[in-house]
Design a protein. Structure first.
Length: 317
């Protein structure tokens, strides 16, 4: 697959402070790539470096095979960027602002492109309204329109749904997913369940280092994070947890309990499909499973495992 963004042994210092160190990273073209890490991990530095807003202290960065440090004329408009807060001029109307951005980029036929984005992003209901009068969700839509206006190959979205209500966030996610294939989308954020819904690949950054990069399924396999069996029964006898541990070598956790059912999980120590054996085990004890399903470790669980593993290594040094 074609590489859209490549970091080759990149290090960045802010005066004497080391922000990122020896970062090697490849992001495939046409994918949605999640960039994750705790606060202060180096995500913003990576975004600024690939955008050309910062120069690396060491190493090379290539965007669409262009050396970012040289910043040739064709680099202009190659990247669209939307942060947590859209960069809007409050006194301008939406229409005035988009035409202003179009003039800055010297976009040919900007009127047609702006009309297309107004329709595509459903801006028509407030296109003549001043930006200062827009809701948070409306501002983010306008911000996305300005980022897409120069028709960039790469779109960087930093916390794009932060502060949006659930309906707005869902609509924004649908817009982002629709860009897959046409654009390379780099998505940074702290809502891991949201990134899991959208991203093809993820990169985990911590303390200035890239710890892992690739698909979630590959990370599950690499760290041998087993599938979890989630079961619902009408009852959960006191001795059941000990019996399960003895029979299956599995940790048991009750996740939800009501008067009608108990929902619990089994986390196995060995990589094997235990569903049939667990059902037989329960039926032998006259416990009828109401529901039984496998649950793959979530992005949040993988993320925590990667970060904790690194912190444990550092703690031992």
């Amino acid at each position: 697959m074609t590489v859209a963004v490549q970091f080759a042994d990149v290090t960045k210092f802010y005066l004497k402070h080391l922000a990122i160190q020896n970062v090697n990273l490849q992001i495939s073209a046409g994918t949605i790539h999640g960039l994750l890490g705790p606060n202060g991990a180096g995500k913003s530095t990576i975004i600024r470096l690939m955008s050309g807003l910062l120069a690396p202290s060491k190493g090379k960065i290539f965007v669409d095979d262009i050396d970012v440090a040289k910043r040739p004329l064709r680099f202009r408009g190659l990247i669209g960027l939307l942060g947590e807060n859209a960069p809007l001029y409050p006194q301008m109307t939406v229409s005035e602002y988009l035409h202003f951005v179009g003039k800055l980029y010297e976009i040919p036929n900007r009127h047609g492109k702006i009309d297309e984005l107004i329709e595509r992003l459903a801006l028509g209901g407030f296109v003549d309204r001043p930006n200062r009068a827009l809701s948070k969700g409306q501002r983010q839509r306008v911000g996305l329109a300005q980022a897409l206006l120069p028709d960039p190959k790469i779109l960087i979205l930093d916390e794009p749904t932060s502060g949006l209500d659930p309906q707005m966030a869902m609509e924004f996610r649908q817009i982002i997913k629709a860009l897959r294939g046409d654009k390379t989308v780099i998505l940074s954020g702290h809502i891991l369940s949201e990134i899991e819904m959208m991203a093809d690949d993820i990169t985990i950054v911590h303390r200035g280092l890239v710890l892992e990069s690739g698909s979630l399924s590959l990370m599950r396999s690499k760290f041998r994070l087993r599938s979890i069996l989630e079961i619902a029964t009408r009852e959960f006898p006191k001795d059941l947890e000990v019996a399960l541990l003895q029979s299956f070598q599995a940790n048991c956790e009750i996740v939800h309990q009501t008067d009608q059912e108990v929902r619990w999980r089994l986390n196995f120590f060995e990589d094997k499909d235990h569903r049939h054996d667990v059902v037989q085990f329960l039926l032998a004890r006259k416990i009828v499973p109401l529901e039984l399903k496998t649950h793959d470790p979530s992005l949040e669980e993988v993320f925590k495992h990667v970060i904790d593993q690194r912190d444990n290594i550092v703690g031992r040094v």
